[in-house]
Design a protein around this ligand. Structure first.
Ligand SMILES: [Ca+2]
Length: 447
């Protein structure tokens, strides 16, 4: 081999330096987010060519094409035909898509606490802000938010307000908290001061124990039911073997939890008579539940859980049910290995089948049913944020079956984190890029 000239050597060293810097830029990412981000990059690179070359075989025999155009990553077959890759649907109304606020951090959770005004969490800085949808203004951080562990997927997570907020001013938040032994998903509450600058008397009301030395899979969504109690979702803390605790009734990991506004188990909970089970557990066998909402017509509690590589699931939650993770899954490990022994069928193994799953991943995050008729064709549809691929998923449901899927805002290049529907029917989406979008039907004649 000949000698390398100094100029070439200098060039190579600089190249290595630049590459190292680029790698550090993504350094805070977890396993999952790293996977998501690399997926995201390869997706955008291949999207155009794949869209033009694929799908012709499926449409040839008269079947509707699915919204999913990427190949499956697993060999699993669905338990029933409508369980995955639903036919593509398209919104007919012309939409008005507007960025109402930008420059935020990661707005992980949002709630409309007052007409067209949102309380918004900032995951990493643990700030709580008020965003006004009418003028796009963003408040100073509200004082009195809790200390969080903001590594990886942790931070200040979801926010909601008490059903009697107008009188009580009570705000509920979830966050990842450092306690002895590691971190937990915690729920706390405080009172928003009249001048909206501070959360007063903030207190932790629930901790999803056991603590674990990890910073992934906190779950962390909360929602009030009609009886004024809270459903909290958790994650199974990701690593093998702690994730197996999703199957254990003496751990709050990988669960849907049902508690009162004081953090006590609800008396009608399914395992309250079981001395070996934790009283707050409502359902179990979940991976990392990132979205939750009640179906506007049936009143059923729906959740979306982030799968491993593929196998993200939509589930209807019923008391006492076991949803199978990590014994069964429609996904595989990020390494490509099978999970457990590669069994996907839930029901045959004694678990509840998901109503729907994605293969490849839709990287689901926050979700909301469209409980409004401002855009009439969207009524009772479900909208889910997609982190990577970067889109909002619209799901059309008939009799608990997914009959259509659409991907919205695919060209924005944003990781969609949380979704809500305002009282006046606007679809609001927050993104990891620090934006808040408002999507409405375009005014007639505005074109
Ligand atoms: Ca499952």
């Amino acid at each position: 081999m000949g000698k390398i000239s100094w100029s070439r050597l200098t060039f190579l060293l600089m190249l290595i330096f630049v590459l190292a810097l680029a790698a550090c830029g993504n350094g805070d990412s977890s396993e999952e987010e790293t996977t998501e981000e690399s997926t995201e990059e390869s997706d955008t690179a291949t999207e155009e060519t794949e869209e033009s070359t694929e799908e012709s075989d499926e449409s040839a025999d008269g079947e509707s094409e699915s919204a999913e155009t990427e190949p499956k990553v697993t060999d699993f077959e669905p338990a029933f035909e409508e369980q995955t890759r639903a036919p593509e649907v398209e919104t007919e109304a012309e939409l008005d898509v507007e960025v109402v606020a930008e420059g935020l951090g990661v707005p992980w959770g949002m709630v409309e606490f007052d007409t067209n005004r949102l309380l918004v969490t900032q995951r990493d800085s643990a700030e709580l802000l008020i965003v006004n949808l009418e003028d796009g203004s963003v408040s100073d951080p509200i004082e009195g938010t809790p200390e969080v562990n903001s590594e990886d997927q942790g931070g200040l997570l979801d926010v909601t307000v008490a059903p009697d907020f107008d009188e009580s001013r009570t705000v509920f938040m979830t966050f990842s908290q450092d306690i002895e032994g590691g971190t937990v998903t915690a729920v706390g509450k405080g009172m928003l001061s009249e001048d909206e600058t501070a959360l007063e008397d903030f207190e932790v009301i629930f901790q999803a124990t056991p603590a674990y030395e990890g910073t992934l899979h906190y779950g962390g969504r909360i929602i009030f039911d009609d009886d004024g109690n809270l459903f909290l979702t958790t994650g199974e803390r990701s690593d093998d073997p702690i994730r197996e605790r999703a199957q254990d009734l003496d751990a709050y990991l990988g669960k849907v939890i049902h508690i009162t506004p004081d953090g006590e188990p609800v008396e009608s909970n399914p395992f309250i008579e079981d001395e070996d089970a934790l009283d707050g557990i409502y359902s179990y066998g979940h991976r990392n539940i990132q979205g939750v909402d009640f179906h506007p017509e049936t009143g059923d509690l729906w959740i979306v859980e982030f799968g491993p590589q593929a196998g993200d699931e939509l589930n209807i939650i019923e008391a006492g049910n076991n949803y199978g993770w990590p014994v069964v899954s429609y996904g595989i490990e990020y390494s490509g290995e099978l999970i457990n022994e590669g069994v996907s069928e839930h029901e045959a193994q004694g678990f509840v089948e998901p109503r729907y799953y994605w293969d490849p991943t839709s990287a689901p995050s926050g979700m909301s049913f469209y409980d409004n008729d401002a855009i009439s064709e969207w009524e009772n549809n479900l909208f889910i944020g997609g982190l990577a691929p970067n889109y909002i998923v619209r799901v059309v449901i008939e009799d608990d079956t997914i009959v259509g899927e659409e991907r919205l805002l695919t060209d924005e290049g944003e990781r969609f984190r949380d979704i809500l529907v305002t009282e006046d029917g606007a679809l609001i989406a927050s993104t990891d890029g620090g934006k808040i979008y408002r999507i409405t039907e375009a005014d007639e004649g505005s074109e």
